[in-house]
Design a protein around this ligand. Structure first.
Ligand code: 13P
Length: 364
């Protein structure tokens, strides 16, 4: 069975592979700043700030205006649609601000989760209609990668075979459409940390989900060298009574990845999934010190774990903007080191950085 109908030309493949490599260059990861308007409502209400467009713009601006420390450790920033078309106070649009730092611009393209009828609260993710046209427009407007989040849940009866298959297929279809438009797809099958399951169960489910995702990506002729994977780390459920060390989490995570993710994939960019800022950094560092061969870059694509301290330093006040930017850069630098396995734990575990960012049944 030879491949008679190649999906991509050699030039298209090279462009995609180069973009993916640039995002996960050594010591770099991704800032996920693609919270929808609804998710921003939750973030901003936590600091007593109104969820209006101007406040969202001011907040994103303080992240994006980071000094030269930012380009050392951030390879990509994921935008939400609204942010793609906003500008800084200086009149420069955010896309240009980020690109001028040599950082790749990404865009969230899914339209959120919807129920899968007849399941125990499981979901699929919508947004395929018109996706090709939207990708073509975003590419023109400066985006070179995209994100699509699927969600799976662990319980006695889930994830069901249906949820695994449906989400794998929708991720693969999205990935194929992105690549046709010169956009590197970040494939995100997030397994939520809700529940009291132990580490072994999370590892087992992660392996089954990732195996299904890579089967679907192969079926859809997706060019793996031009993709990134954004998985959960393998951790016990939030309510599990047993606590595991970072080394145990790292071993379970790398083992699951080695069993399922082809070495052709250039990078794995973990989501933080409600871990505290410090925990997410320590676990990433342990993953990069795990004594197993790791053929991919293993780095971060954090939302909450890069922004929590910045948000609480800001509190919507102009005079706090520089301090907030600094808090963001501190976390970004710590995670950049963790992506190299060179992070040394600070005292930050006891302050804001040590606070759990867990939200039950998290939406994005
Ligand atoms: P968290 O790091 O807050 O889990 O979010 C990352 C993300 O982009 C989830 O889609």
């Amino acid at each position: 069975m030879t491949h008679q109908y190649p999906a991509l030309s050699a030039e298209q493949k090279k462009e995609l592979a180069d973009i993916a490599q640039k995002i996960v260059a050594p010591g770099k990861g991704i800032l996920a700043a693609d919270e929808s308007v609804g998710s921003m409502a939750k973030r901003l209400s936590g600091i007593g700030v109104d969820n209006i467009e101007e406040n969202r713009r001011l907040y994103r601006q303080l992240l994006f205006k980071g000094d030269e420390r930012m380009q050392e450790c951030i390879g990509g920033v994921i935008f939400f649609h609204e942010t793609m078309y906003q500008q800084g106070d200086c009149g420069t649009n955010f896309v240009k601000m980020i690109k001028d730092k040599g950082i790749v611009v990404g865009i969230k393209v899914d339209k959120g989760v919807v129920p899968l009828a007849g399941t125990n609260g499981e979901t699929t993710t919508q947004g395929l209609d018109g996706l090709s046209e939207r990708c073509a427009q975003y590419k023109k407007d400066g985006a070179d990668f995209a994100k699509w989040r699927s969600v799976l849940k662990i319980s006695e009866t889930t994830p069901s075979a249906l949820a695994i298959l449906e989400n794998a297929n929708v991720l693969a279809r999205y990935a194929s459409i992105c690549q046709q438009n010169g956009i590197v797809p970040i494939v995100e099958p997030e397994i939520l940390p809700d529940g009291d399951h132990d580490l072994k169960r999370c590892q087992y489910v992660t392996e089954k989900v990732l195996a299904a995702v890579y089967k679907a990506l192969s079926d859809h002729h997706v060019y793996l060298e031009g993709t990134l994977l954004k998985p959960n780390m393998v951790t016990a459920g939030h309510a599990c009574p047993t606590k595991y060390t970072a080394e145990e989490i790292a071993m379970a995570t790398v083992t699951a990845l080695r069993r399922t993710v082809p070495p052709a994939v250039p990078g794995v960019t973990f989501l933080s999934g409600g871990q505290s800022e410090e925990e997410a950094t320590i676990n990433l560092n342990a993953i990069n010190n795990c004594p197993l061969a790791r053929p991919w870059a293993l780095t971060f694509s954090y939302g909450r774990a890069l922004q929590a301290s910045a948000l609480s330093a800001w509190r919507g006040k102009k005079e706090n903007e520089d301090a907030a930017t600094n808090e963001f850069l501190k976390r970004a630098e710590a995670n950049g080191l963790a992506a190299l396995g060179k992070y040394e734990q600070s005292g930050d575990g006891c302050g804001a950085a040590g606070q759990s960012l867990y939200v039950a049944n998290h939406a994005y």
